[in-house]
Design a binder for this molecule. Structure first.
Ligand code: NAD
Length: 339
């Protein structure tokens, strides 16, 4: 079994470049979403606690199988831990053998940005130039880079309730060629922008965006509301928007649309990507990508990592699967010197 650990992922991203990696990964995600019916799909398996959630996200296309372990604990930052951590496994369906174990904390940020920007390419107005980002934590820089890579967005208006997060974002991004304005409030951040990304972490029903804050023609990339009882948009705003989701059965449990009746009409992203449904159909339309993160994105990400790591020779073999010379003599393995 091969391991792609944090240092290998860093080397991979240094070699490829983060924006290039997000662009290429968006291509893998688009290709996999376009063969949607080939995938086994279910809402992720979530174990909720008072402070957060631990989730398992499985899928398979009949040839390969993957799962990701991921958590979401907004209060972790206060004790010096990340809100989100993850790792994933890619396995062969033919043998059932796991083939790749990969770090996926960084990769989750990459694939989330790639999916957001991919959706925005179909949903945002083509002449979009400015984006507000509300919530400047671990995901935020990746979102900025993804939207520049896929949509050419260079002008950002940003806001976080924590000034340290704002300083961190500006420190990381100011040398990257963005024009950045730090806003005093969320209302100020969204004023006059074409796209709004909400990527806050709080286990609560928040109104990061209320109905009166958003004018005609805006695209909203709602990333932070991804759990029951954890939302960012006011329900009235959703009601006057065209809402696109990844996988409706999961998003109705976890996404912004958990606030709306079960028959509220939504489009799944794959329908837009194959051309069955138009993305944006009017200039004045408000579009929302109600992102929660779906297993097929992780499947695409693991395939992308494997292909890149092969080319760049970044793998490390790990001895985690017992391998007896006679496959039925597992006991004999314990008696021999070989491990
Ligand atoms: P993080 O804890 O690193 O950052 C969150 C930031 O939001 C913090 O800086 C915090 O100060 C800020 N914030 C909280 N409340 C706010 C408010 N009312 N207004 C403005 N800023 C506020 O978390 P992260 O890893 O960046 O993740 C952000 C969110 O995205 C989480 O809720 C996470 O679960 C979610 N997420 C979604 C996906 C997806 O696929 N949709 C993927 C990864 C993470």
């Amino acid at each position: 079994m091969q391991l792609l650990d944090v240092s290998a992922t860093r080397r991979l991203l240094n070699a490829v470049g983060i924006e290039q990696a997000i662009s290429e990964l968006a291509g893998y995600i688009e290709g996999d979403f376009q063969r949607w019916s080939e995938f086994e799909k279910c809402p992720r398996v979530a174990s909720h606690s008072r402070v957060g959630v631990i989730e398992l996200m499985p899928t398979s296309d009949g040839v390969e199988y993957c799962f990701k372990y991921v958590n979401g604990h907004p209060q972790n930052v206060a004790i010096g831990l990340q809100t989100v951590t993850a790792f994933g496994v890619l396995a062969s369906v033919a043998t059932g053998y796991p083939e790749l174990l990969a770090e996926m904390t960084i990769v989750t940020a990459l694939r989330t940005a790639a999916t957001s920007a991919l959706a925005a390419r179909y949903l945002a107005r083509p002449d979009s130039q400015t984006m507000a980002i509300i919530g400047l934590g671990a995901q935020s820089e990746f979102q900025a880079l993804g939207f520049r890579a896929l949509l050419g967005i260079r002008r950002l208006r940003v806001f976080d309730v924590d000034k340290d997060a704002t300083r961190k974002f500006i420190r990381n991004m100011q040398s990257q060629g963005f024009e950045i304005v730090a806003a005093e409030t969320a209302e100020d951040a969204v004023r006059g922008v074409d796209i709004v990304t909400t990527v806050t972490a709080d286990k609560a029903r928040n109104h990061i965006l209320s109905d009166n804050m958003i004018g005609e023609g805006v695209h909203i990339n709602a990333v932070g509301g991804d759990c029951p009882g954890k939302t960012e948009l006011q329900a009235e705003l959703l009601r006057r928007s065209t809402v696109v989701v990844e996988y409706a059965p999961q998003t109705r449990i976890e996404g912004e649309i958990q606030q709306l009746p079960a028959d509220f009409p939504v489009t799944e992203l794959w329908q837009v990507l194959v051309g069955d449904v138009r993305g944006r159909s009017r200039r004045q339309e408000i579009t929302v990508f109600d992102s929660v993160g779906f297993a097929v994105e992780d499947f695409s990400a693991l395939r992308f990592l494997r292909d890149k790591a092969n080319v760049l020779n970044l793998y490390k073999e790990i001895n985690i699967l017992a391998k007896a010379r006679d496959p039925r003599d597992l006991y004999g393995l314990l008696l021999s010197d070989a491990t």
